[in-house]
Design a protein around this ligand. Structure first.
Ligand SMILES: *Cc1c(COP(=O)(O)O)cnc(C)c1O
Length: 396
């Protein structure tokens, strides 16, 4: 790491221990971005060096905010498969569609990329407890890695977090606090508790190191698709950390010479819970809205990382679309039946977004597209059953 800057004013900041925002801006969303000395990275992270490294996201050690750590680096995170899905391409109306199935991470979601880095940092700093607030996946992921590392986890979840995600937390032995309120309220309580008790704060938006973990998805796409780079990479968007991370990874691989161009990035938000899409169009975050979506993982009315998300999407000439719950339900069924991938609602939203972007003329019918499946369908069984219906009962 060569330093860190504020995403709003651009002034250098000192690298925080875990979470931190800019000391100069009075914008609560003035989050920090970690910088790397890519000149130095280029010397050791060569194509041939990478070829000899293990198939997990620790292969990008030079681009992670960690000291190499043998214990953490044995956790099997990332390097999830990229699957060609021709029948789903037909359904969405694009020329080629690949799915990167991040539901196959150890705790079943993309969040493992960030949590593994957060917990490894907590371990290296000697912190005894890590905390986070989450709509579900970041929570279960944080608890899972804390269990692997042998440190404590205190997790704040909103009232409506799906039961399977809560079950995962409890099985991983976390101290779970279900907050009688919204995600925003769970988030505030977590931040205050971290300050008061000196816990390691895993909240992705204001812990700049976590986005560096999310970045590894972009690094992997660049390596896995180097010979046939997609035109577009599609990601669903809640807080905005995932899309910012994926885009950062693609851009760093471009700067390092691994890929010749940066794919454009398409962000998908839920209809009515679309503050980042609105900010993309107007430059301003809208006032609090009250809509909700079945896709709990992207049900984020106050996104903490909107500056980073917008900067990255603009830098790669990307776009945003919105999809409603009916479109998400159709995409869950199509992704399962036409590609054999069981996606939770927020993950299927990316596939629904591909179809929507074709309808709006953003994607060309010949476009070569990669959609990131950010979470496994077993994460939210109730939604899956609501969408797919009941089985036929027959006599034995
Ligand atoms: C967290 C999450 C997202 C969105 O990531 P943000 O960083 O909040 O934008 C998308 N899909 C799933 C399954 C998630 O858990």
């Amino acid at each position: 790491m060569s330093g860190c800057v504020c995403v709003v004013c651009g002034k250098p900041a000192t690298l925080p221990r875990s979470a931190g925002v800019c000391a100069h801006c009075d914008d609560p969303f003035a989050v920090l971005e970690v910088l790397f000395d890519l000149g130095r990275v280029r010397k050791s992270m060569t194509r041939s060096a990478l070829a000899a490294r293990p198939p997990n996201h620790w292969r990008y050690a030079e681009l992670l905010p960690l000291d190499p750590d043998e214990r953490a680096f044995a956790w099997p995170v990332g390097w999830t498969p990229v699957l060609d899905a021709p029948r789903l391409a037909d359904w969405t109306g694009v020329g080629r569609l690949r799915l990167k199935d991040d539901g196959r991470n150890p705790t079943g979601s993309f969040k493992d990329r960030a949590s593994s880095v957060g917990v490894a940092r907590a371990m290296q700093l000697g912190d005894a407890r890590i905390a986070c607030a989450s709509t579900g996946n970041a929570a279960s992921s944080c608890a899972g890695f804390a269990a692997m590392a042998g440190i404590g986890a205190t997790i704040f979840v909103p009232q409506r977090a799906p039961k399977p995600k809560i079950a995962q937390l409890l099985i991983f032995g976390a101290d779970v606090r279900r907050v009688r309120g919204s995600y925003a309220q769970a988030y505030d309580l977590c931040s205050r508790s971290c300050d008061e008790h000196d816990w390691h704060n895993r909240n992705c938006a204001i812990n700049p190191y976590l986005v560096e973990g999310k970045k590894t998805c972009g690094l992997e796409i660049a390596e896995q698709c180097a010979t046939a780079l997609p035109d577009w990479v599609v990601v669903s968007v809640g807080d905005g950390c995932t899309i910012a991370g994926v885009a950062k990874g693609l851009m760093e691989m471009h700067e390092l010479g691994f890929i010749e161009r940066v794919p454009r990035v398409l962000g998908v938000q839920a209809m009515g819970v679309d503050p980042i899409a609105i900010a993309f169009e107007t430059g301003q975050l809208p006032a609090n809205r009250t809509a909700a979506t079945m896709a709990d993982s992207i049900d984020v009315p106050v996104p903490r990382n909107w500056h980073k998300a917008l900067q990255r999407v603009r830098a790669c000439d990307g776009a945003f679309v919105r999809v409603d719950d009916e479109a998400i339900a159709q995409a869950m069924r199509a992704t399962g039946a036409r590609a054999g991938v069981f996606a939770e609602p927020a993950a299927a939203a990316a596939v629904a977004g591909v179809k929507q972007a074709v309808a709006q003329g953003i994607l060309d019918p010949k476009a070569d597209v990669l959609a990131v499946i950010t979470g496994n369908g077993l994460k939210d069984v109730d939604s899956a059953i609501a969408v797919a219906g009941e089985p036929n009962e027959v006599e034995p």
